[in-house]
Structure formats: C-alpha cells, structure tokens
Design a protein around this ligand. Structure first.
Ligand SMILES: Cc1ncc(COP(=O)(O)O)c(C=O)c1O
Length: 440
C-alpha cells in the first residue's frame, strides 16, 4: 500500500505501508487503545471543591430490592395521582390545534406575553402588584436560581442561606464560587434574623440572602409576617437582595400563607421572587418564573437569551389554556390539592406520634411537602437513608441540606406529598425498622 501525503505546493511525500504507523492511526481513532491515558479536557475549577468520592444516589429508592414497592418519602415532588392529566391533555391539544404556529416558533426570551400576564394576575392575588415587564418565564425555578447566579454573582460573593436549606440552590450556585454564610433556623419561624443581624453588624456583607419563608424546604418552617417585614428592613439597611424562593406558598393547609416578602412596600429593588408550576401542576413541565424590578427583569431576559433562548413555547401556551380552562377551574383545583396534601400531612404526623418515640422530634408544617425528623441520637442520617430502601421506604439524609455537609447528620427529610394517607402508618413502621437497622 502506498499512501501519498502532501499538498499541491510541495513535493508529495510518499510513505509506504508501515504497520506501526497504521496502529498509531487506529489508536488515535480509538483512544481506549492507547497505552498512555488521554488526559481529556480539564474540568472547571469550581469542580475542585466537589468530592467525587461521595456517591450520588440516582434516586432515593436506589438499593431497594423492588423499587416499585417502596413508600416514597424521598423526592419533594407532587403526587402523580393528583396531576390534572385530562386538563393538561386538553390544553396541549388545543394549542396544537389552534395556536400551533406561534407555539412552535422561536419566541421571546422573557416568555410569552400571555403567560406573563397570567402570572402577574395570579401574583396580584397574593399581594404582588407588578407589571407584566417584571415577569420572566423560566425553565423551572431552578433556572430562576441560575439566572440569579449568572446575573448577580462574582467569584467570592457571599450568599446568606438558611441552614438547612434547599440543596438544589447550593448546587446551582456552586459554579459561581460564592461563599455560603449559614444562618440557622429559629424553630418553626424560619431564618434566625437575630443571627443574621448580628453577622451584618459585625461586618458580613452578603450580596444575596436566600430565603424560603413559606413552608421551607427541608423543614416546612413558616416565617411570620412581622419577621418578613424585618428581613426586608435589613435588606434595605444593609443593601442586600433577598432571593425569595416560593414554590410552596399556595400549598397551605391551615391558615392562608402570609404575604410574600416581595409583596411588602419597598421590596422592588430588594427582592427577587421565584415561583414555580412544578408543585401545583407537574415538575416535568419545567415551568417557573422570576418576578423582579424592571431593571433586574430586563437583565434576566438578556442573560436567558444566552442560556436556552426561551422556555418551551408549547408548554407556556398550554399553561395559559389550562389556567383558563373552565372545566378544570384552576383555583378550585389548587384548593383540592391543599385538601389532599393536608390529609397526607395529618396522616404522617399521626403515624409519627404513634410510632416514633423520644428522643426523636419532628416539625409540624402548616403547608408544603416536608417534615424534618431529628433523631436526637447519634444515628448517621446517610446510613439511615441507605437503610431505608432495604426496608421498603425512601427518605433523604439531612446532611444534604447544609453547604459543606457538616451538619444535619442526625436528621432526615420526609416528603409526605407522594405516599397516600393510607400508606403512612406502614411507611413510618418501615422508617422505624430502618432506624433500628441504622442504629445496629
Ligand atoms: C425550594 C425549592 N426551590 C426550587 C425548586 C425547583 O423547582 P423547579 O422544578 O421549578 O425547578 C424546588 C424543588 O424541589 C424547591 O423545593
């Protein structure tokens, strides 16, 4: 075999068949055959802080002999049996029949005007009076958190977070290399503002304070109205921005949720509000929104252009149709969710009271999806979370909800949204068996 190499501007190099050369060429096409390992791309620096040796379970049910028989207290997701499936089907069908061209085109990065108008009108019901220009539709509120990170964070900026807090936010912000200032919770009333204020007085200057005032993930804590006003006063005095993450605010089971911080006077430049359709519709739709000052909303729109350009247009228009569907009656449907989840919460609290004794204690959420169970003895939460699936139950280790994972070792988060009320007693019996196992 003769292989001629070279261009038209030089003498052609002639290489005769060379088995070594052919082997080298084959190896280049198949790096796994190279003796010297290929280095591959160098990972971004922020990944240096991530420990690769901590196995990330693919799901809280991992390790169960039969995952389908596990009673699921793991993920904080709405119950599939409560999705408005027929109404969703009607809404998508109607978009594809009547509005398909608009739905399938590229569209505005800030979201379709129809959905932004609907979101602004629903926000007004909760006291948030904003113009449609202040609403940006996001691909889930996780993307809202990412917009906050990309738009506002520089290397080394400080974010004050509740400890424990929603672990997803920590994961989204890590690439921006912030410092997390952990502020403990004050019992069931959310972030301890005395601790926050003391930190501010002694010189801490967070750029952002990430707060979940309504049915906090993972504890279910609810910040009372007076405390919300105090948090806003601190934001104005120390010039930080509150990121108010509120996917559970409409899911109250006792008294109506207090007004969001974003609804209080003076919030405009100091509160970015993040909402989501994941918990009241379905998480797979990936539909959320950010509400902010005009200045910030405009920036978010420019930033989003460089991310995914816009959120799925079909889903945005389907959501509008669904919310306007007289056959569903959206507000009645949300009220029916409140009744269904209240029943599940009550059944879980009842089962815990009957079956789990001292020294364990747990929160009694007035809304949302979560009970935080502190075992009160040195049982390792991660060990318990691993033992759960062996006993037919899933849960999440408390450690996951603290930046750095140093605290929360004796706690677990139980999400009561998915198990049916009639499964709670059996679910807690399995949790008790898993505790025994983890203790051994
Ligand atoms: C507090 C909080 N924020 C944001 C999210 C993410 O929601 P989405 O599905 O809208 O991205 C969740 C989901 O569990 C959550 O609990």
């Amino acid at each position: 075999m003769v292989d001629s190499l070279g261009g038209s501007d030089g003498p052609a190099a002639v290489r005769t068949y060379n088995p070594w050369f052919m082997r080298a060429m084959l190896d280049l096409n198949d790096p796994s055959r190279l003796r010297t390992p290929v280095a591959g791309p160098r990972f971004a620096r922020w990944l240096d802080d991530i420990r690769d040796d901590v196995p990330v379970p693919s799901s809280p049910e991992a390790g169960a002999a039969d995952p389908s028989s596990v009673i699921p207290f793991g993920w904080g997701v709405p119950a599939p049996d409560l999705y408005p499936r027929d109404a969703l089907e009607r809404a998508y069908r109607s978009v594809m029949q009547c509005d398909w061209a608009r739905a399938l085109e590229y569209s505005d990065s800030e979201g379709t005007r129809a959905l932004r108008t609907t979101v602004a009108a629903r926000a007004a019901r909760r006291g948030i009076q904003v113009d449609v220009d202040q609403v940006v539709i996001t691909s889930g509120s996780l993307q809202g958190l990412d917009l906050v990170g990309r738009t506002l964070l520089d290397d080394g900026d400080t974010i004050a977070v509740e400890a424990p807090t929603f672990m997803g936010a920590l994961g989204v912000w890590r690439p921006y290399r912030p410092r997390f200032l952990q502020i403990p919770l004050d019992g069931a009333s959310g972030m301890d503002l005395d601790v926050l204020e003391a930190a501010l007085r002694s010189g801490a200057r967070p750029k952002l304070v990430y707060a979940l005032p309504s049915f906090q993930n993972p504890t279910g804590a609810l910040m009372p109205e007076a405390k919300r006003a105090r948090l806003l006063r601190l934001a104005r005095e120390y010039d930080f921005c509150i990121v108010e993450d509120d996917p559970y605010g409409e899911l109250y089971y006792d008294a109506v949720t207090p007004l969001p911080v974003r609804a209080l006077p003076g919030a405009d430049e100091h509160v970015i509000y993040l909402g989501s359709f994941s918990k009241i519709l379905a998480p797979g739709l990936r539909l959320g929104y950010a509400i902010a000052s005009r200045r910030v909303a405009h920036r978010f729109t420019l930033t989003k252009k460089g991310m995914d350009f816009h959120t799925d247009g079909v889903t945005q228009l389907a959501a509008v149709r669904l919310i306007e569907d007289p056959e569903l009656d959206f507000e009645r449907y949300v009220a029916s969710l409140r009744r269904a989840y209240a029943e599940r919460r009550d059944a879980l609290l009842d089962a815990l009271a009957r079956q789990i004794g001292s020294p364990a204690r747990w929160t009694r959420p007035e809304g949302g999806f979560f009970v935080w169970l502190e075992l009160g003895e040195p049982i390792d939460g991660p060990r318990l979370a691993r033992a759960g699936p062996r006993h037919g139950v899933s849960l999440l280790a408390g450690q996951e909800f603290f930046p750095g994972g140093q605290a929360g070792r004796d706690a677990v988060r139980l999400s009561f949204s998915c198990p049916r009320a009639d499964q709670m007693a059996e679910g807690v019996a399995r949790i008790r068996a898993a505790i025994e196992d983890a203790r051994a």
